[in-house]
Design a protein around this ligand. Structure first.
Ligand code: ADP
Ligand code: UDP
Length: 238
């Protein structure tokens, strides 16, 4: 598959056209940003890890009945995906209080929630990705009621499957962000990435952070944490 014109350069990935109008190539960078782009840096080797981890997890989810954009890993940084129209929502699932949830609701980081939660942010950097509810999503015509139901069903299924998988690696899935998109026939599929950039992953025994919070919070050992979480995935994925 030939890599065509670069269509978009984001904070973590570049997106290229291909010969097939229904397929794109995503290329993962080592660039890291936090706080809506205010903090910038590089995490050596992150692009390779995020590409390979996201693909492994999407293959697992496909097997469990969650449709995804994944088609084929082309090389260590690049993947062929189905082109979607992104639903402009960050879909966030939480099992344990952390980050903005702890801050908003005054809950100590690390508190196990009675039940998993879901929240939506409007994916709009200029507005700082504000939180919105389902009525706002419909009112702003970002997704239909039926699409929201599909997205919620898939998001909770992803949570159950990933929670169980990470547990086998000795890792607690604290929270994560998903993005969904529409194929040309309107089918909703999971898109974007699932990686230590988009998930909070803690060592089950020590609660050591093995994700992007090491970069966001200047905790040190950032590259080592990405390598550690990837090697745990590699030794447990089927
Ligand atoms: P950002 O736009 O937040 O800086 P990235 O650097 O990760 O993020 O850029 C990747 C972009 O590609 C994101 O805007 C994401 O929504 C989009 N994207 C992810 N998967 C697909 C897909 N299958 N089809 C079209 N766009 C996609
Ligand atoms: N997240 C993400 N992209 C964003 C915002 C959040 O991938 O733009 C992920 C983040 O890595 C975490 C979860 O979503 O796993 C919840 O993040 P939170 O709302 O607590 O935001 P933060 O504390 O990172 O600002």
């Amino acid at each position: 598959m030939n890599k065509g014109e670069m269509l978009y350069e984001g904070k973590a990935k570049r997106v290229y056209a291909t010969d097939d109008p229904d397929l794109l190539i995503v290329s993962y960078k080592d660039d890291a940003t936090a706080f809506n782009g205010l903090k910038k840096g590089t995490i050596a080797g992150k692009g390779v890890i995020n590409n390979q981890m996201s693909n492994a997890l999407m293959r697992l989810l496909e097997k469990k009945g969650v449709p995804t954009h994944f088609v084929e890993e082309l090389n260590e940084r690049e993947t062929l995906v189905k082109k979607v129209q992104i639903v402009p929502l960050e879909v966030i699932i939480r099992n344990i209080a952390a980050g903005s949830f702890s801050k908003h609701y005054g809950v100590t980081e690390g508190t196990l929630l009675k039940a998993p939660t879901i929240e939506f942010s409007y994916k709009n950097d200029d507005l700082g990705d504000p939180l919105i509810n389902e009525y706002h999503v419909i009112a702003l015509d970002l997704a239909s009621k039926e699409e929201i139901e599909t997205i919620k069903t898939y998001a909770f299924r992803v949570n159950e499957e990933l929670k169980a998988f990470w547990l086998t690696c000795g890792v607690t899935l604290v929270d994560f962000k998903l993005e969904f998109g529409r194929l040309s026939d309107g089918t909703i599929v999971l898109a974007d990435e699932i990686s230590p950039d988009t998930c909070r992953l803690w060592d089950s025994k020590t609660n050591e952070k093995l994700d992007k919070d090491r970069f966001r919070r200047d905790l040190g050992g950032v590259e080592e944490a990405y390598q550690e979480i990837m090697s745990r995935l590699e030794s447990h994925i089927g």
